[in-house]
Design a protein around this ligand. Structure first.
Ligand code: UDP
Length: 256
């Protein structure tokens, strides 16, 4: 099928197309994986399908507890309809357990529980490799207002509390994750809503019993078994039936 939709933006793992109505976009999940600012790249069959489903599930649950999000509905295996927003140029990282760049920067062993949840901000810039910034930088350079930072932090804490419990219930520790927010205009009002995706690409998810990595670290660290791990997350969340096949390599048996 020829894709006639206008492409608005192409990122590392997703493409955004013009939506069917004004103010909407189509978010398409690719199978591409990148890490270390694109220095490591690969295609992993079935990753996009899984992230589309997992992100749909999480955004829907968050919507149900009153967290405003850009998600409208899933359209097909790889695409969801979303509200168009002006993205705040920040990656907001929430951490519960030391891992990744925090462990490296501060010399804290991976897996050490943090005394409390920590929120960090990174300025979104591929050229600069997403440098960490403080609220001072954010307000001085006008990336977000003090009120918007307050809203972003309050939403991030709610999301962390809710998702920590959600994953805990299925035997998974939510170690850390990355959020992006956008501005939505409604008449003369502008408000901050959750955008982008929440998936094993943007979270660290460890099995509570075994500490098995069920996230993109399997790719970053050449551990293999990424699709199987993402499938495990989806299955535990009740999104996939036991025999669902999402690799696109054959028919999916639909159970009633
Ligand atoms: N993260 C992300 N996109 C990025 C950077 C980080 O989704 O561009 C997520 C990452 O998957 C992890 C959390 O944010 O769950 C914290 O990442 P960290 O700062 O430890 O960086 P990393 O070790 O991934 O370089």
């Amino acid at each position: 099928m020829i894709n006639r939709r206008r492409r608005i933006y192409e990122g590392k793992a997703k493409v955004l197309y013009e939506g069917p109505e004004p103010g909407t976009l189509v978010q398409h999940f690719k199978d591409d994986a990148t890490a270390f600012n694109r220095k490591k790249q690969d295609t992993i069959d079935g990753k996009g399908v899984l992230n589309n489903r997992i992100s749909e599930y999480i955004f829907t649950r968050l919507g149900e507890i009153g967290v405003p999000t850009h998600f409208i509905r899933r359209m097909n295996m790889r695409e969801q309809l979303i509200r168009e927003v002006e993205i705040v140029p920040l990656e907001v990282v929430v951490r519960n357990v030391a891992a990744g760049s925090l462990s490296k920067r501060l010399g804290i062993d991976e897996g050490t529980p943090l005394p409390r949840s920590i929120i960090e901000f990174y300025f979104k810039s591929d050229d600069l490799e997403d440098p960490m910034v403080s609220e001072e930088h954010i307000t001085a350079f006008g990336w977000a207002s003090p009120q918007e930072i307050d809203d972003i932090m309050a939403l991030s804490i709610r999301i962390n509390d809710f998702l920590s419990g959600l994953f805990m219930g299925v035997g998974i520790r939510l170690v850390d994750f990355k959020l992006e927010f956008g501005r939505l205009w409604e008449n003369d009002m502008v408000r901050i809503i959750l955008a982008d995706e929440i998936s094993p690409d943007s979270c660290r998810l460890w099995d509570i019993a075994t500490n098995d990595r069920l996230d993109k670290d399997r790719f970053r660290r050449d551990m293999g078994g990424l699709v199987e791990a993402y499938q495990d997350v989806a299955r535990r969340l009740g999104i996939l039936a036991e025999n669902d096949r999402t690799g696109g390599k054959g028919p999916v048996l639909v159970k009633n």
